[in-house]
Design a protein around this ligand. Structure first.
Ligand code: SF4
Length: 321
């Protein structure tokens, strides 16, 4: 029987799942995903996770609980840095420890460390360490990883054509629909693309005839180029891409407005949100900051979204909270 590797449908699932899936499958494992986020997953996560964790971390814990009894391994990498000279949020560094201390009766947790801040050697080590759990054949491990990287590149290519991660994972994206105008939607991918947490914000905007451009739909080289012009280097990878995307949207994409979706309890969003908002306001572009939290009623988000869209269509430049 194939070993079953559980991958929670949360956090960096929206960035890296195609890579992880191909890698584990090429090593002969069965990949098992947790279900779509729902109220039970959210409640389980909120109940077991430490109080001061942010919403996405709590949701991640709920996915762990949903998966843990169905798999032989749980994949919870310790991500310290995914780009040279940058860091990812500190909560990712301690994620395996949070999970191990918060959730009982776990299967084996694969908690390899990825730290690309100074060199890529930790990635090679992690690939090898994880691969050795399934095979002693080093060549097979590296071949699996190369195939996985190719798959990730084609996934990212589809997103740069305008697909959301979920559309790109299906692999056959073609831009559909006639849109009246575009707006930018920025924020952490796990907030924007998790339909339960974001309350289907992308679908709601598209249903109103709005073309949505997220930071993942912008060429990554372009974002890197913009980030090099920051007055100070932004060493948080998430913050860098959100700030670069907002500048790109302001300067190049002729968007009618920008929405920033933030999660309750996120320290990074508190800082970056202010920097982003100041620049957008200077340019006179309508801006809407939407905060998502543990409440599941959609009325609050719907009302603000409707008001923002109405304002855009009347040609306003106000700010909406
Ligand atoms: S960046 Fe913010 S939302 Fe993301 S894990 Fe860190 S604190 Fe949570």
């Amino acid at each position: 029987m194939k070993p079953r590797v559980g991958i929670p449908r949360a956090l960096l699932y929206y960035n890296y799942f195609p890579l992880w899936e191909v890698f584990f499958k090429e090593l002969g494992a069965e990949v098992v995903l947790s279900g779509l986020t729902n109220k039970k997953i959210l409640d389980d996560g909120v109940n077991c996770c430490v109080d001061d964790a942010c919403l996405p971390m709590k949701v991640f814990h709920g996915h762990i609980i949903e998966l843990k009894d169905r798999v032989d391994y749980l994949f919870v990498p310790r991500l310290i840095s995914v780009e040279r000279n940058e860091y990812i949020c500190p909560k990712f560094c301690g994620l395996p420890d949070m999970v191990l201390n918060s959730v009982k009766d776990l299967p084996t947790v694969i908690d390899c460390t990825i730290n690309l801040r100074n060199s890529s050697s930790s990635l090679r080590r992690a690939v090898l360490d994880v691969g050795r759990l399934f095979t002693g054949d080093y060549r097979r491990i590296y071949t699996a990883y190369r195939k996985a990287v190719l798959c990730l590149e084609s996934f990212e290519g589809l997103m740069e054509k305008g697909a959301t991660p979920l559309e790109a994972m299906k692999g056959d994206y073609s831009k559909a629909g006639e849109y009246h105008y575009s707006i930018g939607l920025i924020g952490h991918p796990y907030n924007i693309y998790d339909n339960y947490m974001s309350m289907r914000i992308i679908d709601k905007l598209r249903d109103r005839g709005v073309n949505v451009i997220t930071q993942d739909m912008i060429c990554s080289n372009e974002l890197d180029r913009i980030a090099r012009d920051f007055s100070k280097p932004m060493f948080w990878s998430f913050g860098k891409s959100i700030m670069a995307a907002s500048r790109y949207l302001i300067d190049k994409r002729h968007v009618k407005g920008i929405i920033y979706l933030v999660a309750f309890g996120c320290g990074l969003d508190a800082l970056v949100g202010d920097l982003v908002e100041r620049r957008i306001r200077k340019k006179g572009i309508p801006f809407c900051l939407l905060t998502i939290d543990e409440h599941t009623g959609e009325a609050g988000i719907d009302t603000r979204l409707e008001a923002f869209i109405d304002m855009l269509e009347w040609g306003g430049t106000a700010k909406c909270w």
